[in-house]
Each structure stands twice: as C-alpha cells, then as structure tokens.
Design a protein around this ligand. Structure first.
Ligand code: ADP
Length: 644
C-alpha cells in the first residue's frame, strides 16, 4: 500500500526537506520528539488501564527503551504504551493530511529562512526522525488486542510508505531508525545518554538504556562470587541490565528551588509540542479546599491550531500524577487556549471523564485557580517586563480580547491587560493601556474615545478624528474585528464611559468652549435651509443632514445613532452573510469647508444634486465603506469636473 498522489508526495518532500534544513543545527531533537510520543503513549495506556487493568497484559512496568546496533546501523526507541491499530497508524503516521501539516504547507512563502522558522509551530513530531534517518520502521501493536494484530510501517521519508500485518508479542511501539551514513555518531552510548538528560530528563516515565559495555558493577561480581554456582551461571548468561537514564519524576512535583530554568524550558517543549522556548511560566502549588499543582506556560508563538475548532493540545490534566486528558475546555476558558502546561489534582477521581469533569465542583475551583494564576503571570509581565508583555500582546492580544466578551468575572482584571493602538504617538503596535489613556485624559474630558477601522491606516485617517486631533484628545484606534464586540461589552473603564467618535451627537463636554458652541449654533441657523435641501435630495440614503463640529479638513462624515450598530460592525455581519438592518445614518457637513460653501452657492439643480451625492459618497468612502452604486458616483463626479 502506498500514498496516492504525486502532488501529495511532492508536498511531503518539501515539508521534510524544510524540516531537515531548519533543524539541522539541532538534530538531536528527533530523540526528544520520539520520546515525547512514547511518553504520551504510556500516559494513555495508564489512563485506560484504570478502567481495564488487563490492558497491561501482565506488564505494568512501563518504560521507554533506547537501544542501538552499530552493525545494523540502527537506533530504536521502544515503548510499552498504548500502541496503534492499523487504522491509527494510517491516520496518525501514514498521511500528511493532518490539519497542521496542511496548514503548514499553505503558509509556506517560498522563502527558505522564513519557512524554516515556521516549522516549530507545526507539530511535525514523528517525522523529525528523518532528520537523522533515511529509513524508518515502526512496529506497533495496540494494547489489549491479539498479538497477530501487529502492524509494520516503513518509509524512506519520500511520501511513500509500506504497511503490513505482523505478529508482535508485546504491546506498544518500536521506532527503528536506519541512520544516514553521516549520522552514525548517534550510535554512541554516551551521546545518547547526554541527549536524553538534556532534553528528556523530566519525562515522568523511566527512559531505559542497557548498562554500557564498559560498565561492570562491582557488587554484582561480589554477589556472584558468593552465590551458588547455579545462580552465578544464570547471572553470566543474563542479558545486561536496564538502567534508568533520566530523573523520571514529574517535574511539577519537585519544588521550585530545585528546578533550573533549562529544566522548565525543556519541559515546556515536551508538553507544549513546541521547538521554541516559552515566553514565561508560572509554577505553583495551591492548597485550600482543593489541592493541586499548576505549571503553566505562555508560548512565544501562536500555536498553529489557535484558530482550529478541534485543536487537541492545551493544558494537560493529571490526577495524582496520572495523565488523564489534554485540552479540556472545562479547565481553561477558550480565550486562554494558547496556555500550555499541566495541572495535577489530588481531589479528582482517577476514572474522570469529560462528563464527570463538567459536574465536579473541584473542577470549577481548579479552573478559577488556574485562570487566576495566568492573570498573575500576565500582570507581572505587564508590570515588570514591558518588552515581553508587548511580545505576548502582539501574539495573543486578539485572543485575550475574546475574554472581555466571555468572562464577565474577570472583566476588570482583563481590562487592565488590554492594549490598543491610539492617536497618542500614533503607535503602530497595540501598546496603549486603558490606564495610560486615562492618565493622559484632558482635565475636563469625560469619556474614553475610540474609533473602529478596517486597518490602522483607515482608522488613523478617519474623518471623525479631526476635531480630536485639533483639541489634542487621544483616541483609541480599534482595528481587530473582535474589537467591535469588545466595545459592546466593555462600557467603561475606571468610571469613564467608552465612547465611539462615530456615534451620536458629539459632546466633548467642557472641552468645548463657549465660542465653539456659539459658532455651531450660528452655523446651524445659517445652514438650516441648505441641510434641509440636501436631506430632501438624498432621500432614503440618510436619516438626517446637519452641520458638524467634528470636522476640520473633510467636507462631510457619517454618524451612527448612539445605540445603533456601527457601520463597521454592519459590514462585518454582512460579509459573514448575516441579515443587517441597514441602518440609515446621519450625514454631517462641515460648514467651514469650501466644497460646502460651493454647495450653498450652487444654483444649478443638477449640479447641486451631484455635489450632495458626492459629499455623501465621500463620507462613506473615507471611513472605509463601500458604495452601493460606484458608477453613479463616478458619473456625478465627472459631471462636476467637466462643469468646473
Ligand atoms: P503529535 O505528537 O504532535 O501529535 P506526531 O507526528 O509526533 O504528532 O505523532 C502523530 C500521532 O501518532 C500522535 O498524536 C499519536 O497518536 C501517534 N503516535 C506517534 N508515536 C506514537 C507511539 N510511540 N505510540 C502510540 N502512538 C503514537
């Protein structure tokens, strides 16, 4: 059996080449990846065996064995974990149709250096074997099925593979790497041991290697001498003993002071399926009504499945050091789905299922505790390491914003963590906190002002901002889609209401001096006739036409009602195929603008009508909207240009 299409094969080759290329200076990580897989398989077996002990098949001493054969030029990683059925081998190992891989290939930009950087985001775990091997054989059998149901999979890493049924006495998986000629260095006891200690020390299962050839434990010899002849005979014939190379204790159960930064980092790469160091971590033991330990990490980069509805990675739940499940939504709210790590509880039953999770009161407490810890970690970063916090926000800010909508209980804490672009220093990144905004508010300013825009440029040049610039009032520039929802849920901060610059009548409160108000009133009187005439001409297009005090440079703008959907929100909904009320908005015209003066003086009916429509269309265009009838706009514009 082999994979079908040449196209798939090519894509596959491309992926592997990239991986090999990008990980070349860090080749040993293949061992970490394969050991991580073996460790996960062991976790799964132990979990399933809670309900069905026969799955151990009499062998409950779980371990991961690393052996090598210099003559055959092979390195083997064996586990007696859960194993795989033929179907599982085909879907898990045999195809590249895994969503991550597909997305990876789609995001390739044909820029080797950049592409190589992407690798880490895509769990290419098993295939890292091909960094050092030119052929990989995998022998596996699922725990609990007959020994005749073993599977042999083999591939030379070219997208083709063979599959056959075999008999395999022990359950679990052996991954046999046929090393490339130039990678024979790995067939070295010392090198393997140091690599395991470096990358996999914290794996909680024993990683076993045979006693090295040069090793002759003295006690054994003494014992042998004292033993009966028969026993001594047995000893000399006996295979060399296995010894545990790693610490084989769950890292999170050790005390913080005993764990080095490197150990924390390596553990992250193991649980987070990431090639990169984490951005930050928090390790804490919580005691009280419920007892549990958390070791949580914030990744540096967004995992590829951040937007994937059925992502499988997340926080791993352990009960008294037994792995139970990963990525349960009951343990971490959706907006913190990028958090990786473990939580180990003493209070949950071992046979916990997703259904039980939903009902158990301890789970709620644990979830609250974990969210609290994540907040502490982020607050600490925001306070003490602005650069790291910025890096965090650039990567996950848009996800965190979902929290304002989803997590009412943490709204206030979350609001302090939010960052936005703003007109202050015209920041290109989202680095303005609401606290900073409030601290810069003008003495008599009452509200926190914001504008929504499709892009930073569009928001920055929004005509509604003109008066704010003139008055020196800062405006937040909201350009993420989720911001539309965010402002619907975050009505105020620190007692200051959030106010869209594009909604309602503009009330700058005390900031408007008497002269401003007088001027507006004067204009309202002077332009009454004109605004009525324009309104009549535009008919159904607008709700109202009035003179404005918002604009300095532009001739016109559109304003939504205080409680209506914003224009940008309407656009988003429409694009998503939803029905929108198609709200009519108010056209405001700038009495001080020469075009408006020209309109006022226009005596030709046709030209008046054209210019009114153009003022309306311009207002729509300049806030990023779309004209319903662009040809009509062009025709009217050309008419005027020619007349002029
Ligand atoms: P990931 O570990 O990120 O899921 P891999 O490519 O490393 O990606 O592995 C794909 C899948 O193959 C794993 O999720 C697991 O289901 C299965 N697998 C890999 N190695 C083993 C193993 N030693 N025992 C059982 N299943 C395994």
């Amino acid at each position: 059996m082999s994979t079908s299409e040449g196209k798939q094969t090519r894509a596959f080759r491309q992926l592997l080449d990239l991986m090999i290329h990008s990980l070349y200076s860090n080749k040993e990580i293949f061992l970490r990846e394969l050991i991580s897989n073996a460790s996960d398989a062991a976790d799964k077996l132990r979990f399933e065996a809670i309900a069905n002990e026969s799955l151990y098949e009499g062998d409950s001493q779980i371990g991961i064995r690393i052996t090598f054969d210099k003559e055959a030029n092979t390195l083997t990683i064996s586990d007696n974990g859960i194993g795989m059925t033929l179907d599982e081998v085909t879907t898990n190992i045999g195809t590249i149709a895994k969503s991550g891989t597909k997305e990876f290939l789609q995001s390739l930009k044909a820029d080797q250096a950049k592409d190589a950087n992407l690798i880490g985001q895509f769990g290419v775990g098993f295939y890292s074997a091909f960094i050092v091997a030119d052929r990989v054989t995998l022998l596996t059998r699922k725990a609990g099925v007959s020994s005749a149901e073993g599977v042999r999979w083999e591939s030379a890493g070219d997208g083709e593979y063979t599959l056959e049924s075999i008999t395999k006495e022990n359950h679990g998986t052996d991954v046999i790497l046929h090393l490339k000629a130039e990678e024979k260095d790995f067939l070295d006891d010392w090198r393997l041991r140091s690599t395991i200690r470096k990358f996999s020390d914290h794996v909680s299962w024993p990683i076993l290697m045979l006693q090295s050839a040069g090793y002759t434990p003295e006690e054994d010899e003494e014992e042998a001498a004292a033993d009966s002849e028969e026993k001594a005979q047995e000893k000399t014939e006996k295979q060399p003993e296995w010894e545990t190379v790693n610490k084989a204790s769950a890292l999170w159960t050790r005390s913080k002071s005993e764990i080095s930064e490197e150990e924390y980092t390596e553990f992250y790469k193991h649980v987070g399926h990431d090639f990169e160091d984490p951005l930050a971590h928090i390790h804490a033991r919580l005691e009280g009504k419920y007892e549990y330990t958390v070791l949580l990490y914030v990744p540096k980069r967004a995992p590829f499945d951040l937007w994937d509805r059925d992502r499988k990675h997340g926080v791993k739940l352990y009960v008294r050091r037994v792995f139970i499940m990963e990525g349960a939504e009951d343990l971490m709210p959706r907006y913190l789905r990028f958090i990786r790590g473990v939580v180990d509880s003493t209070d949950l039953p071992l046979n916990v299922s997703r259904e039980i999770l939903q009902k158990n009161p301890a789970v709620d407490a644990i979830k609250k505790g974990m969210v609290g810890k994540v907040f502490s970690l982020l607050e600490d970063l925001a306070k003490n390491d602005a650069e790291k916090y910025q890096q965090f926000w650039d990567t996950f800010g848009v996800v965190m914003k979902e929290g304002v909508i989803e997590d009412f209980a943490h709204k206030d804490r979350l609001a302090k963590l939010l960052r936005f672009s703003s007109t202050h220093a015209d920041s290109k990144v989202q680095d303005v906190s609401l606290e900073a905004y409030v601290s810069r508010m003008k003495e008599k300013q009452k509200a926190i002002y914001y504008v929504n825009g499709e892009s930073l440029e569009a928001a920055r040049h929004h005509p509604h901002l003109e008066i704010f610039r003139k008055k020196g009032i800062e405006v937040l520039l909201l350009t993420d889609r989720v911001d539309e929802w965010l402002v619907n849920h975050l009505h105020e901060f620190d007692g200051k209401p959030m106010h869209s610059v594009a909604k309602g009548g503009l009330d700058l409160g005390e900031l408007e001096d008497e002269a401003d108000k007088k001027e507006l009133e004067k204009y309202q009187g002077e332009f009454k006739e004109l605004t009525e005439r324009v309104q009549k001409g535009l008919g159904e297009l607008v709700k109202e036409v009035r003179v404005t005090n918002r604009l300095t440079d532009s001739p016109s703008c559109l304003v939504s009602g205080e409680h209506e959907l914003s224009a940008s929100m309407e656009r988003i909904l429409r694009e998503a195929g939803q029905q929108t009320p198609n709200t009519k908005r108010t056209l405001e015209i700038n009495p001080a603008h020469p075009l408006v003066a020209r309109l006022k003086a226009e005596s030709n009916e046709q030209r008046f009508d054209d210019l009114s429509h153009i003022l309306f269309s311009q207002a729509l265009l300049s806030e990023g909207g779309q004209l319903e009838d662009p040809a009509d706009f062009v025709r009217r514009l050309n008419g005027l240009l020619l007349a002029g």
